[in-house]
Ligand binder design. Structure first.
Ligand code: IDP
Ligand code: MG
Length: 170
């Protein structure tokens, strides 16, 4: 974004610009990430990359929400165990925003099987088992939209103008 344009925009104009231009993704730190004390470490990786936090909540997940979230996996053999695990202890649900945030988050997270995940990714650095892979991230823009709507109300999504923006974008 043009630096001069950025400073000249009113708050309403910025919010409109943001709605048109910015992508959002749904990220959840699963119960193993919380229990292992990795919440700060995980959040820091998204923060220092330059993405913007739009919402965050610490919560126990209901069976209904877990089943809806993982609906695409309903017929897979691991579905019951996955729902059991996600509902077993608190998680951190978040929305992050920025250009290309959906695909970039998947890279930050790493491959589904942590033993195949590259070092430097969250799963590659901190996990060893597919059923304890610490974190969820939406796999496509449409999935992100569905998941954000499932986990958050419109009021919980905070549009704001990070002062770092001109130092992160041309
Ligand atoms: P993703 O989290 O990398 O998007 P998905 O294929 O969408 O991976 O699977 C959702 C979650 O289900 C995984 O993160 C993992 O926790 C769990 N899962 C996937 N495949 C298996 C499996 O073969 N055994 C046990 N758990 C699995
Ligand atoms: Mg997935």
């Amino acid at each position: 974004m043009d630096l001069q344009l950025y400073w000249l925009m009113t708050k309403d104009e910025f919010i409109k610009f943001e709605e048109i231009a910015l992508e959002r993704t749904f990220i959840a730190i699963k119960p193993d990430g919380v229990q292992r004390g990795l919440v700060g470490e995980i959040i820091q990786r998204f923060e220092r990359k330059g993405f913007t936090l739009v919402s965050l909540k610490f919560m126990k997940v209901s069976r209904e929400l877990a089943e809806k979230h993982y609906d695409v996996h309903r017929d897979r053999p691991f579905f019951a165990g996955l729902v059991e695990f996600i509902t077993s202890a608190p998680i951190v649900a978040m929305v992050w925003e920025g250009d290309g945030v959906v695909a970039a988050s998947r890279k930050i997270i790493g491959a589904t099987n942590p033993l195949a995940a590259e070092p430097g990714t969250i799963r590659g650095d901190f996990a060893i088992n597919i059923g304890r892979n610490l974190i969820h991230g939406s796999d496509a823009i449409e999935t992100a939209q569905r998941e954000i709507a499932l986990w958050f109300t419109e009021e919980e999504l905070v549009s704001w103008q990070p002062h770092l923006s001109p130092w992160l974008h041309e």
